[in-house]
Design a protein. Structure first.
Length: 291
């Protein structure tokens, strides 16, 4: 296991420890907003295509961020899938830097970012979000060249429910096209891959929910994975990151496992694009290894 060097500003680290291992957006977001005071649209040197539709549902949209500079070769394409327990969340929080901060960071490092929304419970249940993932990848493979993206080098990146969605998509062939899942690798931050209680997205009955566990199938998945949790994470996210990593190592599958020091379930991806590279640095290194 890799434990990233502590880089969280001391005042923020202390505040995160006071908040504790819970999901607390309201008290975590203000800690990071001040670090992005200079981030304002229109963003320089970046082409932004907002609310691009990849399907028929109102939530079937994504934002595309691409560097304006001419590339020497087609660029790696990175999807980001937000968390929210499959019941809430959005690709963008208006009036805040999030999650444009991730897209701008990807563009800064010469990649095309795709920030994706997907259908949510209770209106839509399994496998709606996995079907959305398949549709979005199909759209990108057919059209991303217009943004200088490489349709044959797609990386998925998700946090919490977003990580679980990616795992569900990758391990289930019913969502793949004739060419397979079409993915070069995936970054899975603090995912919950094995539910211990009924969930409205998956099923109303516990037995059906448990049947959606992805850990065994993830052990056999041959695509390279970056599996992580944080030091102040939800207990289930910590234990399941270790469980997935151990199972994959035992199966000989390519896996990078990291714990992000001083970070919480919520803070980790708010830090992307700041001077704290304890999260972004290992992720960037992993993506570069896929190129």
């Amino acid at each position: 296991m890799s434990i990233a060097t502590a880089q969280v500003p001391p005042d923020i680290a202390a505040a995160l420890r006071r908040i504790g291992p819970v999901v607390d957006v309201a008290n975590t977001r203000p800690l990071y907003e001040k670090l992005f005071a200079a981030q304002r649209e229109p963003y320089p040197n970046v082409t932004v295509a907002r609310d691009t539709s990849y399907g028929t549902d109102p939530l079937n949209t994504f934002d595309i961020f691409a560097p304006q500079s001419a590339p020497t070769a087609a660029r790696t394409v990175v999807f980001y899938l937000h968390g929210g327990g499959f019941e809430r969340g959005d690709k963008r929080m208006p009036g805040t830097p999030f999650y444009d901060n991730l897209m701008l960071w990807l563009a800064q490092h010469g990649m095309v970012g795709v920030n994706m929304n997907y259908r949510l419970a209770p209106k839509d249940t399994w496998p709606a979000a996995e079907e959305d993932m398949a549709a979005a990848i199909s759209w990108v493979r057919a059209r991303i060249a217009r943004f200088n993206g490489n349709p044959d080098r797609i990386v998925l990146w998700g946090e919490s429910a977003g990580a679980a969605l990616i795992a569900g998509y990758l391990v289930d062939p019913q969502f793949h096209g004739p060419a397979g899942h079409g993915v070069s690798g995936a970054v899975l931050n603090s995912g919950i891959y094995e539910l211990l209680r009924p969930h409205p997205y998956f099923a109303s009955e516990l037995a059906q929910t448990r049947s959606r566990s992805r850990i065994t199938a993830m052990a056999a998945l041959r695509v390279p994975l970056f599996v992580s949790c944080t030091e102040i994470d939800l207990p289930a996210a910590m234990s399941q990151a270790e469980k997935v990593s151990s199972a994959r190592r035992a199966a000989g599958q390519p896996t990078t496992y990291a714990m992000f020091r001083d970070h919480s379930h919520i803070s980790q991806n708010y830090s992307i694009g700041t001077a704290d590279t304890s999260v972004s640095g290992p992720i960037l290194e992993f993506i570069h290894r896929l190129e």
